[in-house]
Design a protein around this ligand. Sequence first.
Ligand code: ADP
Ligand code: ZN
Ligand code: ZN
Length: 662
Amino acid sequence: MTVLQIALDVPLPRLFDYLPEGEGENFTPGRLVRVPFGQGGKVGVVVAVAADSEHPAGKLKTAAAIPELPALPADWLELCGFCARYYHYPIGQVMAFALPPLLRKGKAPRALKEKVGSGDTVPTANAATPDQRAAIDAIVGATGGGGFRTFLLHGVTGSGKTEVYLQAIERVLAAGGQALMLVPEIALTPQLESRVSARFPGARVVSAHSGVADAARARGFLAALEGRADIVLGTRLSVFMPMPRLGLIVVDEEHDASFKQQEGLRYSARDIAIFRARQRDIPIVLGSATPSLESFHHGTSGRYAKLDLPLRAVAAAMPTVATVDTRKEKLQDGLSARMIAAVSERLQRGEQSLLFLNRRGYAPVLACPACGWISHCRRCAANLVLHLADRRLRCHHCGLEAGIPHACPGCGNLDLQPFGRGTQRLEAKLGELFPEARILRIDRDSADSPKKWHALLAAIHAGAADILIGTQMLAKGHDFPNLTLVGVVGADAALFAADFRAPERLFAQLMQVGGRSGRAQLPGAVLIQTEYPDHPLYRALIDHDYAAFAREQLAEREAAGFPPFAFQALLRAEAPALEDAIAFLTQAVAAAEALAAPEVLLYDPVPMRMARLKNRERAQLLVESRSRPALHAFLDAWMGALHALKTPRELRWHLDVDPQEL
Ligand code: ADP
Ligand code: ZN
Ligand code: ZN
């Protein structure tokens, strides 16, 4: 008897047995099939073919072939299997996630005429600097080949990392290989896509990100799978692109938070990419100006090969970084005299300034000074943010919206006051200070569609703005040649945040946003307003000394027993009532104690920092071990026990392995 073991998109960590409807190669592992399931049907992936089933043959239903879709390769099945085990996520749901939506439905995209490159421009590569050449040679050798090795390419913004990736890719393509380049969500701009396509006019470059339409995504996936695509350039989800001739993986801005998915399959594309490189025995490059402390630690311990690009490739000087001590003066709507003067100087010289404020809206809260009423979200433990541009109050967590009340809902007072400041308020203030300046605000409100976002970028490049006001959206991957001042309006809150990764993120963000300035012929300056000018984080920024910052942070983490010196998983539960969420986690602790895993430490169940979201109360339980194998052995057993627990109907829980946000 031939029994197909099939992965289906259902929340159960197992395969399902079916009999093939007919015979032959349509039912080998990797083939997509259609099967009856429950009241309806589903599309699944054949994972294995067995000789028998634990169910009697008479009970098994049959699977129909989908011959128009090619088989998924064995290494893709293995990759999904690894992901399912490592993240404790149902295998069928991993595969459903990894497949583009059309294929998931068992449909083939309509074929299009193949378009290979533009063929018009053939820009030659810059002659590599000695540091770049050493990096390229180490990564791919002279022949464009090489076995598994993880390289950490550490180089400041503008040091020529992208150039290293492109020249390494060039050698891999010349040797007949395919290359996969992962970039953060926000960095994938037409600018980068065209830089890559223009560099390889004869190659087929496939872009893969959530903005690509379904048919194009499916076509790109099939082109990669059938080996017709030479380069796949995409965000985290492209780590699942099947590529038979894969010869090199690049992860640019490897520290970026967008590589870790925060819902459903909570995978780290960077970590999966390393698994893949090992699986295929090929080199992988992790590049960053501010590597994650995990990667930096592996780079200094020798587990990764560290490659350094200490100098900028073109503009000789790094921007000067200085702090402005805001304890000593009265600010004008959050702006110091020195900041205002610096912007004014740039205006007179016809140069651009960027003011960085990572908070959108006009003000984070609207309040009544008479009775203490504040604009609270009734569904979340959060405030409604005042948006004056469209006169709304809006919750940034759940999307709840309301009009701006004319009078205080508590006491009828007509004089409601905005407290704190966001990008819209900064925009208004700068408009008053510099009425002649052209001001452009770039945040998720002004750039709420890819089209608007690209239009804003184009306007900046065309020199159509003197002052840019932006959130972290603007920090990444864009090169603004006329920008010579970056002003950080306020970032201190992250210095004292509860999450131990907050300083690491702040440092990376400020380094990145600072790197926007002075990239061409003009020297750049970064001004940081702070009440803690002597904080080691700011001192390290002033000295451009990432390594000093990293060493200090790593010493703290080692003392506290945090990653990378320990491995973590987070069990989260949510329910309409907090007691239910905590009760579930308490049961989970009891289940863990029954498993007796001495190398694994369980913390107490606690409400999440923002406990209520969309009317659901959330709590979490942190699990930690100094040994990754011990942690995973424990998780395997624990998950079985948790699935067997009886829970209230409205309770949901999930496990986050290697959580990035606590
Ligand atoms: P990064 O990715 O580290 O930010 P890029 O690769 O984008 O740096 O390089 C920054 C700038 O320097 C780009 O304009 C690039 O064309 C230029 N550049 C990089 N390497 C060289 C080189 N070897 N010779 C001349 N220009 C270079
Ligand atoms: Zn009031
Ligand atoms: Zn809300």
